[in-house]
Write a protein that binds this ligand. Structure first.
Ligand SMILES: NC(=O)c1ccc[n+]([C@@H]2O[C@H](COP(=O)([O-])OP(=O)(O)OC[C@H]3O[C@@H](n4cnc5c(N)ncnc54)[C@H](O)[C@@H]3O)[C@@H](O)[C@H]2O)c1
Length: 323
């Protein structure tokens, strides 16, 4: 049985991924310091539920503790690492860029150094569509130079990719970097658009809309992201970068209208100016991922939102701890 170490395994994407890896028959070592999750108590509950699985081990530690990370890789004979742990989100990175550089760049370096010293050769790294910045032709293609990130967060993700490339060149490590395009689904971080819109509309609170509503995003359902990572895992060779998006776009205004349709409720909109660090469009070309490992996102945005809505309603009735 292959043993996969997942950093950030208690986060939004990490929880879904850990569950699917276990269902697929992998052994999972989940490393998370649990202090940056949006809801530490419920993350702890959900991850300790998964950690009760006989093939799952939860290690509550900081990825920047290089010696501890290396020791875990050696002790559990880890065969591959999926590195998700990071400070996520564009806007807070403007408020505390030092924290982002430390967690995301030093954190990634610690993962790479631990792998080098423990002899682990395969890495899947969570990057972001934000590395493309503004002014790039659409859809975004992986061969764009991506040298003008517009937020400290985006910079740390691009720097992380470059560190990975460095370890491939120097130490023949096999690394695939995945540029995720706005991931949504049950358990999404509450400050993100779909999650915040849904909750506020359900609770009849005002919905904050930044800009004039014409900014455009490629939203990707969590199940499609997890399918993509699982499909790529056996074929990681050399160094490469892949967009994981849906390949479809929608404006903020249209997204709100869709959420109104799904919930059957009208939003009260509070408008605020565009936020510095935000880009005007994200749009993934997904040909490379499709060609290399059969990536085929299948969930329509309306279906994904309906699923998320049903999940939110269910959690309000049964308590927050079901994934
Ligand atoms: N969700 C998205 O739309 C999206 C889009 C692009 C990229 N990404 C990237 O995907 C990854 C996962 O995102 P997410 O939405 O699940 O975020 P999340 O905040 O829900 O999860 C991140 C997890 O990493 C953990 N973590 C952070 N720093 C750590 C450290 N130093 N040591 C140990 N654990 C640490 C946190 O406790 C948290 O559980 C991140 O790297 C993020 O940048 C996410």
């Amino acid at each position: 049985m292959d043993t996969i170490l997942v950093t950030g395994g208690a986060g939004f994407i990490g929880l879904h991924l850990t569950r699917r890896l276990l269902e697929t028959g992998y052994r999972v070592i989940c490393v998370d310091y649990l202090s940056n999750t949006f809801d530490t108590a419920s993350a702890w509950d959900r991850i300790s539920g998964l950690a009760a699985h006989p093939a799952c081990t939860l290690l509550v530690q900081d990825i920047r503790d290089q010696a501890a990370l290396q020791q875990a890789m050696e002790r559990f004979k880890v065969t591959a690492v999926i590195h998700l742990a990071a400070l996520a989100g564009v806007r807070p990175s403007l408020a505390d860029p030092y924290a982002y550089v430390d967690a995301n760049i030093n954190g990634t370096l610690s993962v790479l150094e631990s792998m080098r010293k423990a002899g682990v050769k395969k890495l899947l790294f969570a990057s972001s569509s934000s590395v493309y910045g503004n002014g790039v032709s659409v859809p975004f293609r992986e061969d764009d130079a991506a040298v003008h990130p517009v937020s400290p967060y985006a910079f740390t993700k691009r720097a992380g990719e470059m560190l990975c490339s460095n370890y491939n060149t120097l130490y023949a490590m096999d690394v695939f970097c995945f540029r995720f395009f706005t991931v949504y689904g049950p358990g999404q971080r509450p400050e993100m658009a779909v999650s915040a819109f849904l909750r506020n509309i359900i609770d009849e609170n005002p919905v904050t809309m930044y800009g004039d509503g014409r900014s455009v995003r490629d939203y990707t359902y969590i199940g499609d992201i997890v399918d993509g990572l699982l499909a790529a895992l056996p074929v990681v060779r050399g160094y490469d970068v892949f967009n994981l998006g849906s390949g479809r776009i929608i404006s903020l205004k249209e997204l709100l209208a869709m959420i109104e349709r799904v919930t059957g409720k009208k939003a009260t909109i509070k408008r605020l100016p565009d936020q510095p660090g935000d880009v005007s469009i994200t749009f993934a070309s997904i040909h490379r991922a499709r060609a290399r490992f059969g990536y085929a996102p299948a969930t329509s945005l309306e279906d994904g939102i309906a699923h998320m809505y049903a999940d939110l309603i269910m959690k309000r009735q049964t308590g927050p701890f079901a994934l």
